[in-house]
Write a protein that binds this ligand. Sequence first.
Ligand code: ADP
Ligand code: MG
Length: 685
Amino acid sequence: MNTVSPVTALKGVGDKTAALFHRVGVDTVGELLSYYPRTYDVYEKPVTFATLEPDRVQTVKGFVHRVPENKKAGRLTVTTAVLEEFGTYLHLIWYNMPFLRNSIQPGKTYFFRGKVQRKKGRLVMEHPEIYSPEDYEKLLNSLQPVYGLTAGLSNKTVTKAVRQSLADLLPEADYLPGKIRTEQRLVEYSHALRAIHFPATQEELLPARRRLVFDEFFLFILMLRRMKEQTESLKNTCPVRRGTWPSRLLASLPYALTGAQQRVWEEILSDMEGATVMNRLVQGDVGSGKTVIAVLALLAAAENGYQGALMAPTEVLARQHAASAGELLEKCGLRLSMVLLTGSMTAREKREAYEKIESGEAAIVIGTHALIQEKVHFYNLGLVVTDEQHRFGVRQREILSEKGRAPHVLVMSATPIPRTLAIILYGDLDISVIDEMPADRLPVKNCVVDENWRPNAYRFLEKETAAGHQAYIICPMVEENPELEIENVVDYAEKLKKALNPSVTIEYLHGKMKPAQKNDIMERFASGDIKILVSTTVVEVGVNVPNTTVMMVENAERFGLAQLHQLRGRVGRGKSQSYCIFMSSTDNPNTRKRLEILNKSNDGFYIASEDLKLRGPGDLFGVRQSGLLEFRIGDVFTDADLLKAASDEAARIECEDPALDLEEHQALKKRLAQYREEGIRRMSL
Ligand code: ADP
Ligand code: MG
């Protein structure tokens, strides 16, 4: 067995488990080993009730006097029990686990481990794990890995598979040249791997993580540099001359481009008519107006006889882009054939799309990952655009452009990355920034409130919808139990319907709905049919319904700041005043401080930098902010120093031995090839 063996090479991993692993991006033993824990469970000594702190996972010891009670609450079965210690009560609560009633015996001592919250003056522990004193004794003081999971894949399964891989893999020499390891004070690779999954102590964790983050950045940058070499000097074989179509579109818009949009558009135009092929990143905060720039570029290409493709990370977004591009074209009277290609289309619809793409009939192609499937052949692809690039891997972008012969590449992203980091991360691209918001925008008004304010929020929603506007309400995912996510959203929508005036149409949306259902809901929301959309974070990226003026986020403390900023970006997209309500019942001062940052500012760059100050590089496994799918462990913000170090080392090795031909670089060369392979495979998710 080696790192490229399929996971089925492991004992106890059959096809069924392998399929589950595939869903989290793990096909090979090597990928399993770089499926690092999301966090660790620390099994600390039990504490007394009086010393319990809110929002922290802690353990208590106690027994119940009475058999736990089961109650129905909507679709949920809620099981409750009460512990008492010297006059302090602790309420235990579980969802959809009615069988617990029979497994917790009154009078018998258990250890309960979970996060405690103060709710309506009571101390409540939600979903505690239950241990016998003997079992807990065994775990005491250990760090247990917690992996990202998917329905059907348990933490135990992953843990066992990782343990086995580590035991069975033949020892290999470290692939990182010794010089780099010494220079950067990095621990040995196999040691780091073992320690990241099964740290003996907390102290072991930091150096292990440091090594693995370095590796991840280093391999990524090396790959990027090779791509840059390949593309940078490519002759422009798709020269795009300035024509009249883009100006026709501009003349038909109900607004004028902002100065920043104009500048970026000009940069794109001169790239596309220049001597070498365009490779450009357009960075602009949410709502800065990137879509119209993409459409302009697609039009310019089309006018010169080239096909253009726009790839979006979600089906909802792809459809939205197709709809709005169609509208723009209609308005300026340009009859171009545009084709949509997404995963949920029927086989027949797809076949028709393939034919139009291959014959060249389709001038503009808009779609999801479906665009990079093997079956898709373009006639003369001259421009590829990826929207929300941070949701794709570099390899995916590369594969799309390989569908043409050196087409121009335009990449859009809203991730607020400082320029110094952007130069490293997007090393193969030139960078344009849209640093100005459309002038007719009113800044979103924010508030951070607790649950007591909810009735007011509901009255406010009624007022806004009565005035013809629309609203989103975001329910958090139930992290402990992804299965609960759906019920959570459905329940919330039902409760809301009862609480609001019945004339307000309310619908819900969650990630597990069928694509056709999702599309239907989104279309009805976009058309104004649905007034309030109760949703999980599926609306987070790119969605544009300018008539929506309220974004209300329940349990805002559970989201990362970058994510909250993205969510807020769904409103304030039209001329009307918009509002964002962050609902949070926690009194944890740190959380308060984080939400206060959002409350004070609407500027993505500012938020990212303040967040960094608050979290600091010491925050080992905080909520990952960058949302860059590329990295499994590194965080480009908090690990910026390592990113720079990796970039320097990559530059040095590139100088000394660009093709990695030296004997001492053979292992690295092999690892790099493997890394690229993994990138290709991960893409099929
Ligand atoms: P993002 O940069 O987040 O992708 P969009 O391209 O979706 O933003 O644009 C957000 C909204 O702003 C859209 O409704 C779009 O029509 C509008 N818009 C874009 N540019 C301008 C402008 N210069 N003036 C006014 N509105 C604009
Ligand atoms: Mg967008």
